[in-house]
Design a protein around this ligand. Structure first.
Ligand SMILES: Nc1ncnc2c1ncn2[C@@H]1O[C@H](COP(=O)(O)OP(=O)(O)OP(=O)(O)O)[C@@H](O)[C@H]1O
Ligand SMILES: [Mg+2]
Length: 445
């Protein structure tokens, strides 16, 4: 008998695995029983007998190892890498050097995928090699269909090198639709919105017992997507909340003219927390040392630059990002929240109003609105024809994101799915049902 095919949602932030049988869907549980596996990689260098080797940790083990090393104040402990999925369509990024060794993007992603496959194999008790894998409608930074195909080829290569021999891709919002469909006893037209860490994806699709008899092209009225989601919202919090406390709006007088105390590109790197470690270069060290000297007569600015120097030197990107995310999450259920960051002598504290946050993310909200309007237009669907709106993904908790749907679809009920597992469950259901098909498409590429 062929081994079962799993549903694999390799997310920008969180990954999940589901296996569906006639009895229902089972989610693979990871550390501490959670069905979410952080899509993180931590590489650490060891010296044994004069030889240096690199050890890789993924998911919860990556976080634990990083935090332990950080707490023990081990100098330059290792590299923590996140949001790798967001680089799949970036042609200029084919890899990175870690501890003197070059890794392709596929190598790095495949380390995470291989551990996910091992976890599934351990739970199922039989080697897992077949998977239905989710893909965003458009990858982050993709501008053309060729960019998406390029990203998909790289994802296929990473899956193959992780030991998956038989792979089929399904758009993530279509997978979420199958999860919603499993709850229905009648047919509907549903708009699915999946808001993750990297991308926001949509489909307008017919679901229900009758729709299941139709071909995919008859059922799926259309798909759409934008390459921004939770990570882009975090970047806005860093820009408006964190960077000013680190001197981004401070100026110093140089040759009689006001100049930014620190060049803006340094703060742009701060917005993607995993870029913070890229700032640990001699050049940045010199720029910051000069900025500090220039600000010597302005103690408040000097303190801000000192805090920035510590963040860079101590590689506090992960801790900073955790603090920013906590504030963002708190703003999903309160009108204001305290931003608090305290580490290695850096002490940042301020109150954020949800209304201000919503102002900062207005361009992202407008891009989401535009994608939905384009989808409705392209499919020739009038708003009242949509029976339900089904929202999933961690960023669907943001009230301003939900409000878009409540305003656009006043006659449709908004249903909230299991934010972190709807996509994996739908992939699992599709894997179960498509196993009945006589021919399976092999992995691309
Ligand atoms: N309560 C909350 N309020 C706001 N944002 C949240 C909340 N909970 C989680 N998030 C955000 O949701 C995002 C992760 O969501 P999810 O796990 O669905 O993404 P993903 O599947 O990994 O990404 P993608 O689908 O884009 O590849 C993160 O940006 C996280 O900060
Ligand atoms: Mg997702």
């Amino acid at each position: 008998m062929r081994p079962p095919a799993i549903g694999l949602d390799f997310g920008t932030t969180n990954s999940s695995i589901a296996l569906a049988s006639d009895a229902g869907t089972t989610l693979v549980r990871f550390d501490a029983g959670t069905p979410s596996f952080r899509s993180l990689l931590y590489l650490e260098q060891h010296q044994t007998n004069g030889r240096s080797t690199t050890e890789a940790f993924t998911g919860p083990a990556a976080i634990n190892q990083y935090l332990q090393r950080h707490a023990a104040q081990i100098e330059r402990p290792g590299r923590l890498i996140q949001s790798l999925k967001s680089y799949l369509a970036v042609r200029s990024l084919n890899g990175t050097e870690v501890f003197g060794r070059r890794y392709t993007l596929e190598d790095l992603i495949s380390r995470i995928l291989a551990d996910l496959r091992d976890e599934a194999t351990a739970v199922l008790g039989t080697e897992v090699t077949r998977a239905v894998v989710g893909r965003p409608v458009h990858f982050v930074s993709s501008e053309t269909a060729a960019d998406d195909a390029f990203a998909l080829d790289r994802l296929s290569a990473a899956l193959r090198s992780a030991g998956f021999t038989d792979v089929e891709f399904l758009p993530e919002p279509v997978a979420a639709a199958y999860t919603y469909e499993a709850t229905l006893d009648h047919d509907e037209v549903v708009l699915i919105g999946d808001f993750g860490g990297g991308t926001s994806d949509f489909t307008l699709i017919r679901v229900g017992p009758g729709a299941r008899q139709m071909s995919s092209s008859e059922r799926i009225l259309g798909t759409a997507g934008v390459g921004l989601a939770g990570d882009a919202l975090d970047a806005k919090l860093i820009r408006h909340l964190v960077a000013p406390a680190l001197g981004s709006s401070a100026s110093v007088i140089s040759f009689g003219k006001p100049l930014p105390a620190v060049p803006a590109w340094i703060y742009a790197n701060l917005e993607r927390w995993h870029y913070l470690s890229f700032l640990r270069t001699r050049n940045v060290e010199q720029i910051l040392a000069t900025a500090r000297l220039r600000a010597a007569s302005q103690p408040a600015i000097e303190r801000q630059i000192d805090a920035l120097i510590t963040l860079v030197d101590e590689d506090l990107g992960y801790a900073l990002h955790q603090a920013v995310q906590q504030t963002k999450v708190a703003l999903s259920s309160a009108d204001n929240s305290e931003f608090r960051f305290r580490d290695s002598g850096v002490n940042l504290r301020s109150t954020v109003l949800r209304a201000d946050f919503e102002g900062w993310i207005a361009p992202e909200l407008a891009a989401i609105r535009h994608a939905i309007d384009t989808l409705l237009k392209a499919t020739g669907t009038a708003q009242p024809e949509v029976d339900h709106v089904f929202l999933t993904g961690g960023t669907s908790f943001v009230p301003a994101v939900r409000r878009i749907f409540e305003e656009r679809f006043p006659s449709a009920r908004v249903v909230l799915g299991e934010a972190f597992t709807s996509v994996a469950q739908g992939l699992g259901l599709y894997a179960r049902d498509s196993c009945l098909a006589p021919v399976k498409r092999p992995a691309r590429g």
